[in-house]
Design a protein around this ligand. Structure first.
Ligand code: XMP
Length: 329
């Protein structure tokens, strides 16, 4: 029968017979569900001949690097090289305000770091890595025609993806895409069988360019990134505490390059405005803004202004997609 356990066994068999006994495989982990499940599956087949890289681009959420590295190493026993490239990314992004330019710069730097990782690995192993694991899903590959024999007839709409995986073309790596016949819910099911922690499998989607598309304008302005991380963490923590996390498709804060006048204590302030965004959605293609109870919003707003220096105003985004997009940039 067609069960996820069978799919898993089948995939492992295929990987074992495809990847030669001497071959080494690399994988870029984003911290998201897809790349994590793909890597865990491949690791089950070939063990530590799988070499993963996780890049901290300085655009990650509050304690994100520590949190995902703990999952990768303690829970999943993956071999992961963690590269702190914060300076490299932020120096390239300094002064850049155009959203598409930000995305391009981030994509380019990522390739650069990935290249260096592959070369270091080659030095260390004395041979070139031959395969690359990618967490491509079925909706990413079908376009209008499903692969022959896949048994899939579903026509899903495609969104243009600029995931962390836009990789060097001259590296001549062969692709392993163990999830390419699966939908998101099936990937979560597979992850569950592979003992990926449940909390991890339920994480909201997060864009490849990270907080760069959530700090409007220059990401290096003042301490925008630090402020945003704190605000976002309070918002997400509150959503989890209220038991709402799993009903919401995506929730996050946005840093606005705007100051407004406020009064805190007996001091007049001229500080930043942050926006809160939460949406429900099936696939990210369309989305509805989420109705929080007033009490919830009141608590979150107070917590943010009381504990995050430099913020004196909180607003909520009440637009759906369309006409807005989920992200602000
Ligand atoms: P938008 O903002 O277009 O987002 O409504 C739809 C979904 O895609 C995510 N998103 C991205 N994901 N790289 C990504 O990997 C990107 O550049 C990117 N831009 C948007 C967004 O978070 C939402 O889930």
């Amino acid at each position: 029968g067609w069960s996820m356990e069978n799919v898993l066994d089948e995939e492992i068999k295929v990987i074992k017979s495809t990847v030669g006994a001497e071959d080494h495989v690399i994988c870029a982990l984003s911290g998201g569900v897809d790349s994590t499940v793909a890597a865990t599956l491949v690791h089950k087949a070939i063990g530590d001949r799988l070499h993963c890289i996780f890049v901290d681009n300085g655009l990650l959420r509050f304690k994100e690097r520590e949190r995902v590295m703990e999952t990768f190493e303690k829970d999943l026993h993956l071999l992961v090289t963690c590269v702190d490239a914060t300076e490299q990314f932020l120096s390239k992004l300094k002064g850049v305000v155009d959203p598409e330019t930000k995305r391009k710069i981030i994509g380019r730097e990522f390739i650069c770091i990935f290249d260096a990782f592959a070369h270091d690995l080659e030095q260390k192993l004395g041979r070139k890595p031959t395969y690359l694991v990618q967490g491509t899903l079925y909706p990413d590959v079908i376009e209008s025609c499903p692969p022959p024999g896949s048994g899939r007839t579903h026509s899903h709409t495609i969104k243009s993806h600029h995931n962390v995986g836009g990789l060097p073309k001259d590296m001549k790596l062969k692709l392993i895409e163990p999830l390419k016949l699966l939908f998101k819910d099936e990937v979560r099911e597979l992850g569950r069988i592979l003992d990926v922690p449940q909390g991890f499998l339920k994480r909201h989607p997060f864009p490849g360019p990270g907080l760069a598309v959530r700090v409007l304008g220059d990401v290096t302005q003042g301490n925008a990134l630090d402020i945003l991380r704190l605000v976002d963490e309070i918002f997400i923590r509150s959503i989890k505490d209220a038991g709402l996390y799993d009903t919401i498709w995506q929730a996050f804060a946005v840093f606005l390059p705007v100051r407004s006048v406020g009064v805190q204590g007996d001091q007049r302030t001229h500080s930043h405005v942050v926006a809160l965004r939460a949406v429900t959605s099936q696939d990210g293609m369309t989305a509805d803004w989420y109705y929080f109870e007033h009490k919830f919003l009141d608590d979150v707003s107070r917590k943010i202004c009381n504990s995050v220096r430099g913020v004196n105003r909180v607003v909520q985004d009440i637009t759906s997609k369309p006409p807005s997009t989920i992200e602000w940039e």
